[in-house]
Design a protein around this ligand. Structure first.
Ligand SMILES: [Zn+2]
Length: 327
């Protein structure tokens, strides 16, 4: 997900080029096979092969055509700008990237995949620690009271990095909505987790009472983005508020608690805050590949490692405290 406003800065020439290309299927003397569908009527030709009559297949072709047109019109415009001595501008809220094997932002895709792997590693080692290394209650449940909450957190973050990788490889309406929705879900859920953990809410009924209104809000927001309007400005505000509140909660808690691993919290809070600056001080991609957003995805990799290491310490700490109490 990107925390930036989508300005329609791209020029009239660019828009005219895309419009022309979607009609003719060509930019200059480059033509795209995906743009060859019958443009009259509802777009379904009766005598075409069976696959041509599938609405889904046609939809894909339309997406491919639009994205080819936008990409090549962008390259053409950027070439013109270069000869005029102008710097790069954004197209549809994104810097002009060079594709590799049809992948739009290969660096962001690779970094998203690495983040996904780091989340999986962290979650797996958390699982092994709790169920194989630490003692279990007589009913085979863990002593640590936040186990299932962190399991859900692991699943939501792996889901969100998966859709981030998909979105950065091909930016179409569907992949964009899936990426935004899963990122908002993760952010909202981590806010709930921050509240429950920092206030040490262990009672099940209180956990439900705290999370229900937040779940309702986040669900409404996701439905609004998907089925009413994908409002980037509004979404950015919602995400910044949810992000800042949870960073503050963790920071305040790290300041008052005697938790043995509170320094890891500090590293994640400060590192996460600094990483957010990369999203604000946006710069165009170097060599058409590495932009501020890709770097932002890079910083979350070490932060994820420290974060899961904190979660594991917390599980160990919580377990040993409870066992002491039982004895
Ligand atoms: Zn991203």
């Amino acid at each position: 997900m990107r925390f930036i406003f989508y300005g329609s800065k791209h020029s009239l020439e660019y828009r005219a080029c895309v419009k022309q290309c979607e009609k003719t299927g060509c930019v200059g003397d480059r033509c795209f096979q995906h743009c060859r569908f019958s443009s009259d009527g509802d777009g379904v030709s009766v005598d075409g092969p069976w696959s041509m009559q599938e609405p889904l297949y046609l939809q894909w072709k339309q997406w491919d055509c639009q994205s080819e047109c936008r990409y090549h019109c962008m390259l053409e415009r950027e070439e013109e700008r270069k000869t005029l001595g102008d710097g790069p501008i954004k197209y549809h809220g994104k810097w002009p990237f060079r594709r590799v094997f049809g992948i739009q932002e290969p660096v962001s895709v690779a970094l998203s995949a690495l983040n996904l792997a780091m989340q999986f590693h962290g979650w797996l080692s958390f699982f092994i620690l709790l169920y194989y290394k630490l003692p279990l209650r007589p009913n085979r449940k863990t002593y640590y009271e936040f186990t299932s909450l962190w399991h859900i957190y692991g699943l939501l973050s792996m889901n969100s990095w998966f859709w981030s990788a998909v979105f950065h490889s091909r930016d179409v309406d569907l992949t964009e909505k899936l990426d935004y929705s899963s990122a908002v879900a993760l952010l909202g859920y981590s806010l709930i987790l921050a509240i429950l953990r920092s206030f040490n809410v262990r009672d099940e009924a209180t956990k439900v009472m705290v999370s229900a209104p937040l779940i309702a809000f986040v669900t409404t927001h996701i439905l609004y983005l998907n089925f009413y309007k994908l409002d980037y400005g509004l979404n950015m505000k919602v995400c910044v508020v949810m992000g800042v509140v949870q960073l503050l909660l963790w920071a305040i808690w790290a300041g008052v608690t005697h938790h043995p691993s509170r320094w890891k919290l500090w590293v994640v809070v400060i590192g996460g805050g600094l990483a957010m600056l990369l999203e604000i001080y946006d710069f165009p991609p170097y060599w058409g590949f590495v932009d501020a957003h890709a770097l932002w995805h890079a910083t979350t990799i070490p932060l994820t490692y420290i974060w899961w290491s904190f979660i594991k310490d917390d599980a160990e700490f919580g377990t040993s405290n409870l066992i002491k109490k039982v004895k």
